[in-house]
Design a binder for this molecule. Structure first.
Ligand SMILES: [Cu+2]
Length: 238
């Protein structure tokens, strides 16, 4: 990543897919910089080289085939390359893993998130004061199944560099491969689709644990009744 994303309040990428997205972002940024610099230098060169020196008219050429071919073919090649990179990466990112290590069912409603872990018998839901905490194992593949109970919401985890709209009546799913990064990412999850008055409160934190610690957490929650309502206090700023 060229820009230090932590400086613009973005959680670091925590999935392979997020790293791929950042890779594409970097390529676009570098090509944009290269185009901007070469256009600026070229304009500067023209301005200096062909500045008015006397009262004679400059040579009057109607066209320059070689030049015109060049400034048609080069942008076409750049755009074709960007298009190919984008298509290949998007295909890889939206590919659903049929045999994930963990399934998380996400239920969005006005104005709360609920995360069900069907294989572990655990449910996480936010309370009035605390936003929910989505707990995930590092170095694992996770399949998210998303559903909305009322209006259109959008599930966005900044550390995934990915968001997915959740349209009522149209359940959707996506997969991620978690990297080995662990830690608590406060407010890393938000609803990215205006969904009513308290839309801004539809946030959640993401906590990534080592796989063993995740298993221990899931077992502990299951033994305690299986419903987790406490999470990250809204004010907590880590
Ligand atoms: Cu929402």
């Amino acid at each position: 990543m060229i820009l230090n994303t932590s400086r613009i309040a973005l959680a670091p990428p925590i999935t392979d897919q997020a790293n791929e997205t950042e890779w594409v972002w970097d390529i676009y940024l570098w090509i944009a910089i290269a185009v901007a610099v070469s256009v600026a230098l070229f304009v500067l060169f023209i301005v200096v080289r062909f500045r008015k020196r006397d009262d004679d008219l400059p040579s009057q050429n109607q066209y320059n085939i070689r030049m015109e071919l060049l400034y048609t073919i080069i942008p076409f090649l750049v755009i074709a390359a960007l298009f190919a990179i984008t298509v290949v990466t998007v295909e890889a990112i939206v590919k659903v893993d049929d045999d994930p290590d963990l399934v998380v069912e996400v239920i969005a409603s006005q104005w709360q998130w609920q995360f069900d872990y069907p294989d572990d018998g655990v449910r996480v839901v936010g309370s009035g004061e605390d936003i929910p905490e989505l707990v995930l194992p590092s170095s694992s593949s996770v399949l998210f199944r998303l559903e909305s109970l009322d209006v259109v919401h959008s599930f966005w985890i900044t550390a995934f560099r990915f968001k997915r709209d959740i349209i009522p009546g149209s359940p959707t799913e996506f997969s991620v491969d978690m990297t080995d990064t662990t830690g608590l990412f406060p407010n890393a999850g938000v609803c990215a689709e205006f969904c009513g008055l308290s839309h801004a409160k539809m946030r959640f934190s993401v906590r990534v644990l080592e796989p063993d610690a995740f298993e221990a957490w899931a077992q502990q929650q299951r033994e305690a009744g299986g419903v987790v309502t406490s999470g990250t206090p809204e004010e907590e700023d880590v």
